[in-house]
Design a binder for this molecule. Sequence first.
Ligand code: ADP
Ligand code: MG
Length: 259
Amino acid sequence: MSKRIDVENLDVYYGDFLAVEGVSMAIEPRSVTALIGPSGCGKSTFLRTLNRMHEVIPGARVEGRAVMDGQDLYAPEVDPVQVRRQVGMVFQRPNPFPTMSIADNVLAGVRLNNKRISKGDAADTVERSLRGANLWNEVKDRLDKPGSSLSGGQQQRLCIARAIAVEPQVLLMDEPCSALDPISTLAIEDLMSELKNDYTIVIVTHNMQQAARVSDRTAFFNIAGTGQPGKLIEMADTPTMFSSPSVPATEDYISGRFG
Ligand SMILES: Nc1ncnc2c1ncn2[C@@H]1O[C@H](COP(=O)(O)OP(=O)(O)O)[C@@H](O)[C@H]1O
Ligand SMILES: [Mg+2]
């Protein structure tokens, strides 16, 4: 269920504005890759290109390649809807459908792809996904209650359940804990360590401790100044990045001297 992504010389534009320039990186399967760097350096922009989510923004486009297990995600015959089914996304603020039940929230993405899912299959998918998101025991007796009845941390795990319900290969998470309290944050971090057995995970985080705790590899992005494109400065396995980065700017950022 887990795939690698090889990004080759990717540029991302919003209209004429080059927001991210020349990113090449290998994203390994069954591991967590963390994207770090100061605000505005293009982490979210880059992340969205991995499932073509930027295409919903008018004028946003890429040059270069992103290849998932040999398939160029940007090849003309590739359907972006299929890419998003294989590469799921979890956002900064938990965004369950508030009036929809917990079970229907889990099934929301599945129903987009398969309107005729049977009751039995639906119940199986709900249980498997909620178990996968470490939420089943907390909600199994109230699956028909609205998604908004859950705490923030539970809502974020519900969004993760919704993302894994469609059986993606890759999970993208853009600062998934930034709206959560420390206990909920640890629950999501534990969950990431479990999910990486099955999925390729890419996470954007502002929290250096979190990057150090959960990720296998870390990529540092930076920006030379306003109006300049964000660039990948360096990428290495996480212990190396945090103990002996090769670029001074990485060390300055990791040690809190800027950003
Ligand atoms: N929808 C958008 N339209 C135009 N420019 C955008 C859009 N989203 C982000 N940008 C610009 O792209 C650059 C990178 O932003 P972003 O990817 O959000 O950075 P980060 O996630 O690292 O904080 C910034 O200059 C930002 O203003
Ligand atoms: Mg961002």
